[in-house]
Write a protein that binds this ligand. Structure first.
Ligand code: SAH
Length: 395
């Protein structure tokens, strides 16, 4: 079987030549009735070879570039195996003080459509594209993960909406290897529980791993963790702060956060975290009116901008939060402020912070401009692989 060819317009060709890895459906030229998930040879309108890609028959992103060299279908599985081993080796070099990390970050690791997370001895993977859902590819992924890592279990996480968009058949979430479905993992010396399947799922925002450590470095005194989820920042800050208040609107998330606190009881020198179930916007307003002040504030809201169109509204939301936080921050204190909205660029985020500081009549200094942890690699040529912003300010 040889690799079928697909032509793309000049715009997509130029992007590919600059190292980008996505081709939108609207940039395909001519017929594209190929089997879902096939390997294709990509060429420009003049028939000049551009690279090899994986094809999706339904996604807006019709092609995800895989390699600049020519590749036959028979070589695909071996290429993916090599990429997977390289992704694992990269984590061995850069992940410190943690037995949890993202082992495979899709395009960031040259494995478009595959996410693999490690939580101590359990691996959790998710398939996002037709190509990665192919039986032959699933088999090599599983085999390659088992070989060097010997996990106690491998589970598959499923997001039905993504499978629908990719026109993939429904898939049951569950174990693909071993029996174990829960474990305890450690990040920067802080312990967390992980339940892969039953009931309320647990885990962590692995992309914040290095930012947790950074926040702990500046945190002191009275700390406020807004949008705390299962306690990532709060648990790190409890080791160094006199008092931590942590807020989330989700009761199940807070229940797990409290159990995580118990897991770390020894490390907090008897200090309890105050977990509060509330809407962060309302609570910040109340606290500001009451004149509350903090030495450390973390803002890590959910992605406000789900599309580019939602950007102005999202920025207003971020500004309100940051304005109030800056007003409540004591001199010398630290504000750790994050945005995981893919559609909010770093410059948009900084501009929003400038406006918030201006309205709050404050002149903060930037101590650090950070992003997602290094186990979520950003491709230089693909700005879309960077999504997390984390700015640390002080007054
Ligand atoms: N900081 C966390 C991750 C935050 S994810 C960590 O490092 O693990 C965003 C969190 O915001 C979710 O837990 C969600 O329940 C919560 N959330 C969403 N809207 C909210 C609101 N209006 N007020 C308070 N919490 C909210």
């Amino acid at each position: 079987m040889s690799t079928p060819a697909l032509s793309v317009n000049w715009r997509a060709a130029a992007r590919i030549r600059h190292g980008h890895v996505w081709v939108y459906r609207s940039d395909l030229v001519g017929d594209d009735h190929l089997p879902p998930g096939s390997l294709v040879r990509v060429q420009d309108e003049a028939g000049k070879y551009l690279g090899t890609a994986l094809y999706s028959s339904s996604s807006q992103i019709a092609l995800r570039m895989l390699a600049s060299e020519r590749l036959e279908p028979a070589g695909l599985v071996e290429l993916l195996r090599q990429r997977l081993l390289a992704a694992i080796a990269y984590r061995e070099r850069i992940v410190r003080d943690s037995d949890a990390c993202r082992l495979v970050f899709s395009e960031g690791d040259g494995l478009p459509g595959l996410i693999v997370d490690r939580y101590n001895d359990i691996l959790s993977f998710q398939v996002l594209t037709q190509a990665m859902d192919r039986d032959d590819i699933r088999a090599v992924v599983l085999r390659t993960l088992l070989e060097p890592l010997h996990p106690a279990a491998v589970v598959e996480r499923v997001e039905p909406r993504i499978r629908q968009l990719e026109q993939l058949p429904p898939q049951e979430e569950g174990l693909r290897h071993g029996e174990k479905t829960s474990t305890i993992f450690t990040m920067n010396g802080v312990r967390f529980q992980f339940h892969a399947l039953a009931g309320q799922k647990t885990g962590a925002f692995l992309d914040q791993r290095e930012n947790y450590a950074a926040a702990a470095q500046y945190a002191r005194g009275e700390a406020l963790d807004m949008f705390c989820y299962q306690g990532g920042f709060a648990l790190h800050m409890a080791r160094v702060c006199a008092h931590v208040t942590a807020v989330d609107s989700s009761r199940p998330a807070l229940e797990i956060a409290e159990r995580n606190e118990e897991l770390n009881a020894g490390a907090h020198a008897g200090r309890e975290i105050e977990w509060i179930e509330a809407n962060a916007f309302d609570l910040l307003k109340d606290y500001a009116t009451a004149g509350r002040q903090y030495d450390t504030i973390v803002l890590d809201p959910p992605p406000f901008a789900k599309s580019h169109k939602a950007l102005p509204t999202a920025l207003r939301g971020y500004k309100e939060l940051n304005l109030r936080a800056l007003k409540m921050l004591r001199p010398g204190g630290a504000l750790v402020t994050c945005s995981c909205s893919f559609h909010v660029g770093e410059e948009d985020f900084l501009e929003m912070l400038r406006a918030a500081a201006f309205d709050a009549r404050k002149s903060p200094k930037i101590i650090e401009r950070r992003g997602q942890a290094r186990d979520h690699p950003v491709l230089l040529a693909v700005p879309e692989t960077a999504y997390l912003k984390c700015v640390i300010l002080t007054l």
